[in-house]
Ligand binder design. Sequence first.
Ligand SMILES: [Zn+2]
Length: 134
Amino acid sequence: MTQAQTKSASVNQIEVEALGRLWQERLRLQDWDITVRLTRASEFDDKSTGGECDVFIAKQCALIRVQDPIDWHELPKNQACHSWDLEYTIVHEMLHIHMRESEPDGDDHDSPVWRAHERAIHRIAEALLKAYRP
Ligand SMILES: [Zn+2]
């Protein structure tokens, strides 16, 4: 990753890592090896997402990629309220680590059971941020 890719007007990789460490501790995920990486929109398969989490249970490690705010104009308007909140995205993706083993079967993320799963994660992330933010 070049320096130009890691820089943005409002946030940088160091700040994203600090937020990651903070929430890793708050969510009691210290026994996990979690990398939180600021990522340009062009590097996501799904360009409409604000974040992605790859979980490797056997190795107890995870890679969370959050979209660099510099590219937020790429996100659909209806996702703006949450995806444009970097801290929300980190919390949401970390909750996926906790919930990984209770995820619904299948890859159809538009199925009712997947939607319910995502909704639960969304509500918990919102509640946590509300509780921790002044
Ligand atoms: Zn999710």
